[in-house]
Design a protein. Structure first.
Length: 256
């Protein structure tokens, strides 16, 4: 990925200039084990938009998203925000067969507040492929098959009946068997020998079924009866006698 430039100035000076590397070039592979063709290689000027953050680690994607165009960045020193367009240099690594960029040597925020690439609509079977590792994806017609359990892992099936794994890398959901979602969005991560869908927040869970109207008091009295609600005659507030509508939601009270 380097070009050699020669300059004649009282002698021959030769040096190398690294070309910009794309996420696609890092991720795309024909290796059966999914290892990047650039593993252990220093790459320069990799550009992308931050699609999710995980503590001081994050995922980034080429504009437009899609197969082979997302990657996980593991570094302790930089903390971009979702929607930042960034450029970085570092080393390609495989951590238990999960391709990532580590040891960042250069980092620049090119712009902020950019729209995150739309998630790729895929099946559960496609989730379990190297092409969508590190990519923001969306699986539709989801039904919980195994409730949230040890390590906050849960499992679900898509419309084809294929089961897949979900985890709490960024958001923990208390899933119950039979719960339905119109869709689930998240980052596809490879860990413990399995591809795993990681929702970023409650907004990534498309709660299935029709929304019903209810008061705060009714929801608090029988929360198990409600999955998708319209809360009428309420105000956003904090304090006593409040409920939280999801981990990333708001505190609300009855108006009266």
């Amino acid at each position: 990925m380097n070009k050699l430039l020669s300059i004649l100035a009282g002698g021959l000076l030769t040096f190398s200039v690294a070309n910009a590397t794309t996420i696609y070039e890092i991720q795309h592979t024909t290796n059966p084990n999914g290892v990047s063709p650039l593993v252990d290689t220093q790459v320069a000027d990799v550009e992308g938009i931050v699609t999710a953050t995980h503590g001081d680690k994050f995922y980034m994607s080429e504009e437009g998203g899609g197969a082979w165009k997302g990657i996980y960045v593991f570094d302790w020193t930089i903390k971009p925000n979702v929607g930042d367009k960034i450029k970085l240099s570092g080393t390609v690594a495989e951590y238990y067969e999960n391709t990532q960029i580590t040891t960042i040597t250069d980092f620049t925020v090119l712009s902020t507040g950019n729209e995150v690439p739309a998630p790729s609509v895929i099946t559960a079977s496609e989730l379990k492929t190297e092409a969508y590792e590190g990519v923001l994806v969306k699986i539709e017609d989801v039904t919980v098959s195994v409730a949230t359990g040890e390590h906050n892992v849960w499992r679900a099936t898509d419309a084809t009946g294929e089961e897949f794994k979900l985890d709490d890398k960024m958001y923990m959901h208390e899933a119950t068997v039979g719960q339905q979602f119109d869709y689930v969005i998240g980052m596809n991560d490879y860990s413990y020998d399995e591809y795993t869908l990681n929702p970023r927040s409650i907004s990534d869970l498309g709660i299935g079924g029709e929304a019903v109207s209810a008061t705060v008091a009714e929801i608090k009295a029988n929360p198990e009866n409600y999955t998708k609600v319209i809360i009428n005659n309420a105000i956003v507030t904090v304090g006593v006698n409040s409920i939280q509508t999801g981990k990333t939601g708001r505190w609300v009270n009855n108006r009266t």
